[in-house]
Design a protein around this ligand. Structure first.
Ligand SMILES: Cc1ncc(COP(=O)(O)O)c(C=O)c1O
Length: 439
């Protein structure tokens, strides 16, 4: 059997130089005269950078526990894999209609209706993962110079795409509150400017696991209406919620229906990351334009992959419940273990599969930065996690751990993280012995 390739198998330096922090805002330095300056606007996800940084360590024989990737460790359900193989055998190896095969668009519309969204197949666009749909949504509504509200912390691809489209990302805070995270509604309202064109929002939220409640959703709706904003709602973690059954969609708010673009896909709740299958639920007004973007980009999502998506929606849904319950158990175990570490507080996320640990006390004790702690954890203790700063400046003092990994790995990862934190010398000792900050 072929050994499975994983992103961590990137040859060192092949994609990114491990020293470059590709998740920082546009490199202040100029682009090469041989490349387009718009490339300076691009950020990448920290998980790819950290995996590339871990690779040389692994090549030296060091074992690394990978808690950086947002990827379920479960195989895709057998009936979904079988549907893709059947489709290949049956000859679905040609171009498909650019907006998606009709049966899949219908099935997605039906699933959206079950969430209270008044979608029809015409407003469903099928893409190669949720990410391209994010790009299409931004390109469809953002003009040069427009302001776009993006969450801080939030998925780094949002500000990246906004800049690529010539817009200006304006961050609004998702903050630690009580035993969880919340939207700072007042700060969100204060971030609106006369140039604000769109609001990007993500519930359940990467990296904090925040799930918008009714009050927060109402505040967002009022703001969008008052300022005539598009709402680009990334709902990719729908189905993976632990306190409530599902997460409500912004598109289900009747007043937002015509101004909301939902981004969703099969990657997370069906464990189908490698299939690259996502979709958008868009107002009819822009469906035609986004179809043009699809034609200009990939022509279509692969036909046989769309057949797999159809099997996912039409087949038994128990897999989602199984994954969710497994994630819930891992969440409970992992956050409990993190909360036993002095100087660390890990609120239980309400959704998605990330523990966003508040390490501010531990950092203050040791006088080091978030990035230095993540580096030490990787290099000296063999655990790959992401500094919260990969998700915006609001992530200073936080580390993101994915608990989409096997329980045994999570247990060991938490134990090693504990050793790492306990090894931090108090700040006075650091000053006294002049130990370098980053190892
Ligand atoms: C918030 C968010 N949106 C979108 C995506 C991308 O999903 P896909 O793999 O379907 O492109 C991710 C993946 O990590 C994510 O965390």
């Amino acid at each position: 059997m072929l050994k499975r390739d994983h992103p961590v198998a990137f040859a060192p330096g092949f994609l990114f130089s491990s020293s470059a922090n590709m998740t920082k805002p546009p490199s202040e330095g100029p682009s090469s005269p041989r490349t387009a300056s718009r490339l300076d606007a691009l950020l990448i996800e920290g998980s790819f950078r950290v995996a590339a940084e871990a690779r040389p360590l692994e090549l030296q024989g060091k074992e690394i526990i990978h808690l950086e990737f947002g990827e379920p460790d479960f195989p895709a359900p057998a009936h979904i894999v079988e549907a893709a193989m059947r489709a290949l055998r049956e000859g679905d190896t040609k171009y498909a209609p650019p907006p998606g095969i009709p049966a899949l668009r219908e099935a997605i519309a039906k699933a959206a209706q079950a969430r209270g969204i008044s979608a029809t197949a015409e407003g469903i666009l099928v893409t190669s993962g949720a990410k391209p749909m994010l790009q299409y949504a931004v390109f469809a509504v953002v003009q040069e110079g427009d302001d776009v509200l993006v969450p801080n912390t939030g998925f780094p691809i949002y500000p990246s795409l906004v800049r690529l489209a010539g817009g200006v990302p304006r961050r609004y805070p998702v903050v630690r509150q009580g035993d969880g995270y919340a939207l700072d509604v007042d700060a969100l309202a204060a971030a609106v400017t006369p140039r604000t064109k769109a609001l990007m929002i993500n519930s359940p939220h990467n990296p904090t696991g925040w799930v918008a409640n009714a009050t927060e959703m109402e505040a967002v709706a009022k703001l969008a209406l008052a300022h005539d904003l598009w709402v680009i709602s990334d709902e990719i973690y729908d189905g993976l919620t632990y306190e409530a059954a599902g997460s409500p969609s912004f598109a289900a708010i009747p007043e937002l229906k015509d101004r909301t673009i939902v981004i969703d896909g099969f990657s997370k709740r069906y464990a189908m990351t490698g299939f690259r299958l996502g979709f958008g639920i868009v107002p009819p007004e822009i469906a035609r334009h986004i179809t043009s973007l699809i034609i200009n980009n990939t022509s279509c999502a692969p036909h046989f992959v769309q057949r797999a998506g159809l099997a996912a929606l039409e087949g038994p849904q128990d897999c989602i419940a199984e994954f969710r319950e497994a994630f819930r158990a891992r969440r409970n175990m992992f956050t409990a273990a993190l909360n036993l570490i002095p100087g660390v507080a890990a609120p239980r996320p309400a959704g998605a599969f990330y523990a966003f640990a508040d390490v501010r006390e531990a950092l203050a004790h040791a006088g080091i930065s978030t990035g230095a702690l993540a580096t030490r954890l990787l290099h000296d203790f063999g655990v790959a996690a992401l500094p919260g700063t990969d998700f915006g400046p609001g992530g200073e003092g936080f580390l993101r751990f994915s608990f989409a990994s096997a329980p045994a790995l999570l247990e060991r990862g938490a134990g090693l993280f504990r050793q790492c934190v306990e090894s931090l010398a108090p700040v006075s000792a650091i000053e006294q012995y002049a130990i370098p900050e980053a190892m």
